[in-house]
Design a protein. Structure first.
Length: 479
């Protein structure tokens, strides 16, 4: 029998009924034994009452074992309520105190059955009592005095009704308390179960955290090792690039120098003229050497920038002369092509605190690219002043750059894939070096372009403001 599925009143009956049956059964057996010792052989009714009580206990116990709590409670309640009244048969009405034990059956009904059961049991007990009092001849009894009948009837009726009322009131209170206790107990059990589940989850989480912590520690060690190896490889690569670039520049300078001397001063070879075919070949050697020298210089700059060894010599540099020089260079690169060169910067412009050589390198690279990819239209070099910086740009109406390529054009060794670009192959390092040089100056570089309509490469440089302090001029850099 599972108490968790029982009703509140059945829970109380399950607790009270077994000991109550044990007490009643023991008492009935003792009474039966005493009757046997008294040797009342002429009247069997006392023996029958004792056996009836024992039989009621047995029946109630049988129903209890089968889990039928209410019928078991009803059997023993009616036995306790009616058998004392039936004691009128052997002992009569006058001076029979056993009949008052009928109240115990009413109380038992309130405890074992339901709050309303005492009233039903009391009503039935009173009916049986009236039957014994009014019709004693049915049970082999002589008629009793009317005063005794009225007295016993009134006392028993008041006793049973009063006990039933008290049991009814107490029953609701008891059963309400039991219901609250069971509900509270259920909540406590559920909370305890949730607490155990939460504790198990917490322990599992802690174990997983420890495992993750161990894995994270191992990963951190691996990352530290990998980072050290990467830094060593990076330093080796940078050192190799710097060394090789330096070693290659020396013979290239000799090749460029001798080829230039052979073209510019042919008289150095005993005054013998150089044929046009040989001169053209020597010029091609010089152009190739200059191209290779530019490539080596780019690689050397890249190695220095990545190694953090590129130092800038920042001084206030006037912008207008620098931009004018770029305009002259662009004009020479365009030669006789139908491309208009536009100046888009005012005069004067404020000075910028930069390394003039590196800024000239950036502008020449951007202008050279514009000349390579613009066969018709215009190229513009411009600048304008902002609050704390100067914005410079090189604009062209060349082939333009697609949106998918604009995000990678500043990466190392990246080039735009097109027919025009294939005619002007490069290293793919120029724009990445330009961006790094601008960022080293504290500026930024960006691209605005549309395929087939040209490109505008812009970058910023920190401007220099001069303030008068005691007759002296001090250069301030606004960042």
């Amino acid at each position: 029998m599972q108490r968790s599925n029982a009703l509140p009143d059945e829970s109380l009956a399950a607790e009270v009924l077994p000991p109550l049956l044990a007490v009643i059964g023991t008492s009935a057996l003792m009474a039966f034994g005493l009757l046997l010792l008294a040797e009342w052989r002429t009247d069997l009714s006392p023996y029958i009452l004792s056996l009836a009580l024992i039989a009621s206990v047995g029946m109630s116990g049988f129903l209890l074992r089968r889990g039928q709590l209410r019928p078991a409670g009803m059997v023993i309640s009616y036995a306790l309520a009616l058998l004392p009244i039936a004691s009128i048969i052997p002992f009569g009405v006058a001076n029979n105190t056993l009949i008052f034990l009928s109240a115990t059956g009413v109380v038992a009904a309130g405890v074992l059955v339901a709050p309303d059961a005492p009233i039903t049991v009391a009503r039935n007990a009173i009916g049986v009592l009236m039957l014994f009092l009014l019709f004693p001849g049915l049970f082999g009894q002589a008629r009793t005095d009317l005063a005794v009948i009225l007295s016993v009837g009134m006392i028993m009726s008041m006793l049973l009704i009063g006990v039933a009322a008290l049991a009814w009131a107490a029953g609701y209170t008891i059963h309400g308390t039991i219901c609250w206790a069971l509900e509270t107990s259920g909540k406590s059990e559920r909370r305890e179960h949730q607490l155990r589940v939460t504790q198990a989850d917490l322990e599992r989480t802690l174990r997983e955290r420890d495992q993750l912590s161990d894995r994270l520690y191992k990963i951190t060690l691996d990352l530290e090792t990998a980072r050290a190896e990467a830094e060593a490889a990076y330093r080796s690569k940078a050192s190799f690039m710097a060394t090789m670039s330096h070693e290659l520049r020396t013979p290239l300078n000799i090749i460029i120098g001798f080829s230039s001397a052979m073209i510019d001063h042919p008289e150095m070879y005993e005054g013998e003229p150089i044929s046009e075919g040989v001169a053209a070949d020597i010029a091609e050697i010089r152009r190739s050497g200059q191209h290779l020298l530019g490539l080596i210089n780019d690689i050397l700059d890249l190695a220095r920038i990545e190694a953090g060894r590129l130092e800038l010599n920042k001084v206030p540099v006037p912008l207008v002369p620098l931009l004018d020089e770029i305009m002259r260079t662009v004009s020479g690169l365009l030669k006789d092509r139908p491309v208009l060169l536009r100046r888009e910067y005012p005069s004067p412009l404020p000075s910028v605190l930069v390394d003039g050589v590196r800024v000239r390198q950036v502008l020449l690279n951007l202008a050279s690219n514009a000349c390579k990819f613009t066969s018709v239209g215009e190229i513009a070099v411009g600048a304008r002043v902002e609050a704390s910086e100067v914005i410079l740009w090189v604009r062209d109406t060349g082939m333009g750059i697609a949106g998918t390529d604009q995000t990678r054009i500043f990466n190392q060794f990246e080039q735009v894939e097109s027919n025009d670009a294939k005619q002007h192959r490069g290293t793919g390092l120029g724009l990445s070096i330009c961006r790094w040089l601008v960022e080293l100056h504290g500026g930024r570089m960006w691209l605005e372009s549309e395929l087939g309509k040209g490109s505008t490469f812009s970058f910023t440089l920190p401007r220099v403001q001069t303030i008068h302090n005691g007759g002296a001029l001090a250069a301030l850099t606004e960042r």
